[in-house]
Ligand binder design. Structure first.
Ligand code: PEP
Ligand code: MN
Length: 345
């Protein structure tokens, strides 16, 4: 921590700050110029509230220099984490594509989607059975019968499954069907859910909250990691800004920032990020170029009739074309994306 004293403070005020820092267990290195004194407080105390020092007389500003998270940080683990989802590796050289409908609607819809995702080179099927809808009157998902349909469809095509869990009481219901538990943006700071998922023994896809800073997001990852679950995949899905043209503002700069600050893999969800089908495609391309370890994309056999998020769901042909484009982009940056299956389309 660095403490900047105000210009012209007296020695007693400086000594008081030094004493208080020592009392909190910090070693203090003082640097005084003609006008100003700067104190370097050494000691790793991730939970120290810097306001204790900011409030002291004569203090101009205080900056934290060590991250408040530990297990999520690059300092703690230098090599990138690769999450193994039943043989599908997330965070390695390959960019892993996760795709599927916003919500599972019926057998035909999820079967056709699973077949198309697999044929196109996708590895993970997405689909919600318990949906966090903004309105209680909107479709809430099929619940467990939907999960059963999705598991069958995924198994037929050797796909893994990512699906959302909204509450602790559903973890046991969802666990037999899911390969990855998704924590939705609205639940990023549901700390009791995060802790429970830290003990679930399954990989977690942790979406960034609508109003969350990168640091807060990593603190949420820390909740899962500190319970003993190392398999956290971060997912950038857009944050709320003053811009209203797009549903959210997809913060692609989070990708290189996360890569610098953390060893955890990061995937990008351009569908919720922009909320408009035609804007999803360029942002998906940009996400791969930015270094994302995977994409989470909504697609639907008939987006016009989708029960949720149709306007941001890609038509199958669009998804297929996107896959061709992002393979080239991945290749250009030394990565790869699974090829289409020979039987495709
Ligand atoms: C979803 O992936 O279907 C979803 C609801 O996402 P988010 O939590 O990012 O809004
Ligand atoms: Mn959706």
């Amino acid at each position: 921590m660095v403490v900047i004293m105000q210009i012209g403070v007296d020695e007693a005020q400086i000594q008081n700050v030094i004493e208080r820092l020592n009392a909190h267990g910090f070693d203090v290195h003082r640097s005084s110029g003609d006008q100003q004194t700067v104190l370097g407080a050494i000691g790793v105390k991730p939970d120290f509230d810097i306001r204790h020092i900011r409030l002291l007389e004569g203090v101009s500003d205080v900056f934290r220099v060590t991250a408040p998270y530990k297990f999520a940080s690059r300092d703690w683990k230098k090599e990138p984490t690769v999450v193994d989802v039943g043989g599908v590796l997330i965070g390695g050289d390959e960019v892993v594509i996760m795709a599927g409908p916003c919500s599972i609607e019926d057998e035909d819809q999820i079967n056709r989607t699973a077949a198309f995702v697999a044929d196109s080179g996708g590895k993970i099927l997405r689909g919600g059975a318990f949906k966090p809808r903004s309105s209680p009157y909107s479709f809430q998902g099929l619940g467990e019968p939907g999960l059963r349909m999705m598991r069958e469809a995924a198994d037929k095509h050797d796909l893994r499954i990512v699906t959302e869990v909204m509450e602790i009481s559903r973890i046991e219901t969802i666990a037999p069907y899911a390969d990855i538990f998704q924590v939705g943006a609205r639940n990023m700071q549901n700390y009791s859910l995060l802790k429970a998922l830290g003990r679930s023994g399954k990989p977690i896809l942790l979406k960034r909250g609508l109003m969350a800073t990168i640091s807060e997001w990593l603190m949420s990852a820390e909740y899962i990691l500190s319970e003993g679950n190392p398999d956290v995949i971060l997912c950038e899905r857009g944050i709320r800004t003053f811009e209203t043209y797009t549903r959210n503002t997809l913060d692609l700069s989070a990708v290189p920032v996360i890569k610098a600050k953390s060893h955890l893999p990061i995937v990008v969800d351009p569908s919720h990020g922009v909320g408009l089908r035609d804007k999803v495609i360029p942002m998906a391309r940009a996400a791969v170029a930015a270094g994302a370890d995977g994409l989470l994309i909504e697609i639907h056999p008939d987006p016009e009739t989708a029960k949720s998020d149709g306007p941001q769901s890609l038509y199958f042909e669009q998804f297929s074309e996107l896959m061709t484009q992002i393979r080239l982009i991945a290749h250009a940056i030394g990565r790869s994306i699974e090829e289409e299956r020979a039987t495709a389309h």
